[in-house]
Ligand binder design. Structure first.
Ligand SMILES: *Cc1c(COP(=O)(O)O)cnc(C)c1O
Length: 472
């Protein structure tokens, strides 16, 4: 073996010696002993491997003790953190699927903690003093908000689509427009879900135009359902035509077929009133007479991950009888967060203030401008010339396959921390105790104000303190 390589390997400290190093004590003491030892062993194995595979000319003259301690410190600190944890979303994308989609509103938290940590009425009917159904808790509020008589909640909207198809159209044909065979987020593809459900896909029309007569000529004795799917994350523009839900409902009635709409996002307020693109609301869709309306709990609704199935009571009842329903059922935390979120909608102005997704979506750019300037002033006062910050125009997005057309005018802080290049600054923001997810545009790190939640601005100051301390 190369003598330099052998010498470096000999210089690697023993696990026990490292576990006694005072510089590492705070991190080691925060962990169970066996876990700390395992982390140290893993880092050492990595170092040994790096020395073994490095070409001789790239080997350092001696082991860099300071760098080893830094790596160990970082690995030990990371091991003390849960893997699933808070981040600051400074991307400007509100319903960010990678960052947990919709944060729950403050009024949902107390009921969540109480139900999660105590016994509760999940499947107990206090009035009848007997077993109840977890699916009954939302019936009242859903009927009040949407007029729908039947409601069933499953784990997500993909599960809702699967369950509806499997119950109502297994081994039967489902007619859908070619323009609506969507893929959402890579793993939800309408033809794949259709196949998994056992329903037979019958696509009609063309990518840009589908007419009522295309649906009508496709109907046979094998047809069970007419399905409409919201083109969540794209738009077909120009020479287009699609069949309205009302036309599909009339056609379905004539032939005795189920008519189902997968709304995707499922919005309960008319966003058109707040200067955004109009999305068909859940209420409108229910009123048009679809047998079932399906949508997500954690997109525009602003609740926890869930799939909501609303509609005709008997049809919903038939879904409840499907054994798959048991496999797709939501837990008590989901139901609590969802009920609390839905209750906020009973008072629409309150919903817009207290449901973070709606609040961020409708926040006027003038307000973001004011906040951006105030935050920039705070950073300048606190950090002086150690960093530079400029308020710039920015564009946020609804995200989550909602309102794909809408670029939301926003404000961002363009942040520079000399001497760090922007990519390196982005990495250090990610590595902070409270990680910050930002965008890099035109060679500068942008922190978008639209997606900052209460408390995030204060946390951001701590993060920058940490990044600057790391430069010394
Ligand atoms: C997002 C979406 C889904 C999937 O919903 P999840 O809640 O993510 O499972 C299904 N259909 C449409 C049209 C969507 O936009």
């Amino acid at each position: 073996m190369d003598p330099k390589r052998a010498a470096l390997l000999r210089q690697l400290p023993q696990v026990d010696d490292l576990l006694r190093r005072p510089e590492l004590a705070p991190m080691i003491n925060a962990l169970p002993r066996s876990l700390a030892a395992a982390v140290v062993r893993r880092v050492l194995a990595g170092q040994r491997q790096a020395i073994n595979i490095s070409p001789p000319e790239a080997l350092p003259a001696a082991l860099n003790d300071a760098a080893l301690l830094r790596d160990l410190g970082e690995a030990l600190a990371a091991a003390a953190q849960p893997s699933l944890r808070r981040v600051i979303n400074a991307t400007g994308v509100i319903i960010h699927t990678n960052l947990g989609r919709s944060p729950l509103g403050e009024p949902c938290l107390a009921p969540l903690i109480e139900v999660a940590s105590r016994y509760n009425t999940l499947e107990y009917d206090l009035a009848k003093r007997s077993r109840g159904s977890r699916q009954d808790h939302l019936e009242g509020v859903v009927k009040e908000l949407t007029g729908a008589e039947g409601v069933l909640v499953v784990n997500n909207n993909a599960a809702a689509v699967l369950l509806a198809l499997n119950t109502l159209a297994k081994d039967k044909e489902v007619v859908i427009s070619r323009g609506q065979l969507v893929e959402i987020g890579g793993s939800f593809r309408m033809p794949a879900i259709m196949a998994a459900s056992g329903a037979i896909l019958k696509e009609v029309g063309t990518t840009n135009k589908t007419h009522l007569k295309d649906f009508e000529t496709a109907i046979t004795s094998e047809t069970a359902m007419l399905l409409k799917v919201h083109p969540s994350n794209f738009r077909i523009l120009g020479f287009t035509h699609e069949v309205s839900l009302a036309e599909m409902v009339a056609l379905g009635r004539r032939y005795g077929l189920m008519v189902v709409e997968d709304l995707g996002s499922g919005c309960l307020v008319d966003l058109g009133k707040y200067g955004l693109e109009h999305e068909p609301t859940v209420q409108e869709t229910v009123k048009t007479g679809a047998d079932l309306v399906l949508f997500s709990g954690d997109k525009l609704l602003g609740g926890p991950q869930a799939g909501l199935i609303l509609g005709n009571k008997e049809v919903v009842e038939s879904l409840k009888q499907n054994p798959l329903t048991r496999a797709l059922r939501p837990d008590k935390m989901t139901l609590t967060g969802l009920e609390a979120t839905l209750r906020l909608y009973l008072d629409e102005p309150r919903a817009l203030m207290e449901i973070p997704t709606l609040r961020m979506l409708t926040c006027p750019v003038a307000e973001l401008d004011r906040q951006a300037r105030a935050l920039a002033r705070r950073l300048k006062r606190r950090f002086g010339s150690r960093l530079s910050v400029v308020v710039v125009g920015s564009e946020g997005r609804a995200g989550g396959g909602s309102l794909p057309q809408a670029a939301l005018p926003s404000r961002a802080l363009a942040l520079t921390v000399p001497p760090l290049p922007p990519q390196e600054l982005e990495v250090r923001l990610h590595r902070a105790a409270t990680p910050v997810v930002s965008r890099v545009e035109h060679g500068v790190v942008l922190l978008d104000l639209r997606t900052l939640l209460p408390g995030d601005q204060d946390a951001l100051l701590g993060v920058l303190e940490e990044v600057l301390a790391g430069l010394k």
